[in-house]
Design a protein around this ligand. Structure first.
Ligand code: DUC
Ligand code: ZN
Ligand code: ZN
Length: 477
């Protein structure tokens, strides 16, 4: 199967050019001046499919490096399966995800890894890789870290919050970091001070402050800044690289900036919810159906922060100045009915998470329209940097010969209305971005050379997606 995408504006993180993209089988074969022949050979007459991308952007497929498909969590399970979640991702121009294998205390890491491979195999619409969560760091977990690197799992997530569920103490964190410093893998950190948060939550509930708004108030920025600083110090002590997930507080960004200026391999990720949504939105949220429980739709951790305190503005700025390097979703969807409503009378029982795997590319493109980031930076933070950060660059994250034919044709004159009834293919009964209007549209999506989305039709199938055996981070020497 040969496809020519002609006359489009090819956007890589390094620059923009009008060019034709030839895809042969699963790979990009050539990027050519528009209308070129290859040594007199008329390309257009010798391909199976021609896609006219005049007036449109041709970008590397999005890579969402932080998703939780069908994750058992908060007394329930994230509502997107590998099948529904990856299909929704494709609709939104994302052609690869990196999901998390879960290990709860007492479980065996390698058993869990094999279990997650089973869950995903044959289910995904797009390519998928795995990070490994470590909770208690057993001796066998340290051995497993070496084995997993050979399996293409080169990043390990630890939690400084969720005591009794995921939390690792500082000694456990240091053990895992020492191993990562030795085998070249990346430590990912959920940086919030769990003990402090647990106390504030108990106190709030005891005082009768039980609405979803208190979720945010009991996870203050100080708890995020302190944990981020601690994680950075422990990484410095051990020499491990550190990637801080879902950064939402401007003070946490400052800690990351300081560490980077000191020369440490510290990186930060933010998510669309911290760029667009705020604690004030959650406080004001009311609906006929849910009353002030409406705010449960945006219960996630780290929590939404106060816009008045400038966090949202600071996140965009940090993205522009590379103090934050990339954007993932932390896609962890739960329905209001039957899942979020477990916390109707107590916010601490609301499963934490927001689903947005389908909307990340659009929401970040809106940042281009709104002049928050450049066109090239859009591609960089949503595709190129995730590929480099997690050992996929060259195959993923760039339009160049030899790369996978993961390509999105994006129409900047198009329009996307986000809403549960309108555009949304995620398995959720609400949208965290209901009513958002995007000045752009995902027209065509190719996943390893196969057209999976075209003109609002899904042409892919479950099982199209292959496991991505990742290398080490390409940001580390
Ligand atoms: N945060 C969430 O909101 N959901 C899943 C886990 C996490 O860290
Ligand atoms: Zn987390
Ligand atoms: Zn997460």
């Amino acid at each position: 199967m040969k496809t020519l995408i002609k006359n489009g504006t090819v956007v890589n993180s390094t620059g923009t050019a009008t060019a034709d993209v030839l895809i042969d089988g699963e790979k990009i074969a050539a990027v050519l001046a528009p209308g070129s022949t290859l040594l007199g050979f008329d390309i257009e007459r010798n391909v199976d499919t021609v896609i006219d991308a005049a007036g449109k952007y041709v970008i590397p497929g999005g890579i969402d490096a932080h998703t939780h498909m069908q994750m058992p969590f908060g007394g329930t399970e994230a509502s997107d399966t590998f099948e529904t979640g990856t299909r929704a991702a494709a609709w939104g121009g994302t052609t690869s995800i990196v999901d998390f294998v879960v290990q709860y205390a007492g479980e065996n890491v390698l058993d869990q890894y094999h279990h997650w491979q089973e869950k995903a195999r044959g289910e995904c619409a797009i390519d998928y890789g795995f990070h490994q969560i470590l909770s208690d760091v057993q001796d066998s977990s340290l051995v497993a870290m070496d084995e997993l690197v050979n399996e293409g799992v080169s990043s390990f997530k630890l939690f400084m919050a969720y005591k009794g569920v995921f939390l690792s103490d500082d000694g456990q964190i240091v053990k895992a970091m020492q191993k990562a410093a030795g085998n070249g893998s990346m430590i990912m950190m959920h940086a919030e001070n769990g003990s402090v948060i647990d106390l504030l939550v108990q106190q709030a509930v005891a005082a009768g402050n039980t609405t979803p708004y208190y979720h945010g108030l009991t996870r203050p920025w100080q708890a995020e800044e302190e944990a981020t600083h601690r994680a950075i110090m422990l990484a410095d002590l051990t020499g491990a690289p550190l990637y801080v997930v879902h950064v939402s507080a401007k003070q946490a960004v400052e800690q990351i900036m300081i560490a980077r200026d000191r020369g440490q391999n510290v990186f930060g990720e933010t998510c669309p919810q911290y760029l667009y949504l705020s604690l004030e939105d959650q406080l004001g949220a009311q609906s006929e159906e849910w009353g002030d429980f409406e705010g449960a739709k945006w219960v996630c951790s780290t929590p939404l922060r106060s816009k008045a305190e400038g966090h949202q503005h600071h996140m965009w700025q940090s993205l522009r100045t590379n103090d934050i390097q990339m954007v993932s979703t932390d896609h962890c969807p739960f329905c209001m009915k039957g899942q979020k409503d477990m916390g109707l009378t107590d916010f601490s029982k609301i499963p934490n998470g927001i689903g947005s795997v389908e909307h990340r590319m659009d929401l970040l493109f809106q940042g281009v329209v709104d002049k928050q980031i450049s066109l090239e930076r859009w591609v960089e933070v949503t595709s190129t940097t995730p590929a480099r950060m997690f050992g996929m660059y060259g195959t993923k994250g760039v339009i160049q010969p030899g790369a996978d034919g993961d390509v999105v044709v994006y129409d900047p004159q198009g329009h996307t209305s986000i809403g549960v009834e309108k555009t949304h293919h995620m398995n959720m009964d609400y949208s965290a971005y209901e009513g958002f209007e995007i000045d752009g549209h995902v027209d065509t999506v190719l996943s390893r050379g196969k057209v999976v989305i075209d003109n609002n039709r899904y042409l892919g199938a479950k099982g199209d997606g292959k496991y991505i055996k990742r290398g080490l981070s390409q940001y580390l020497i």
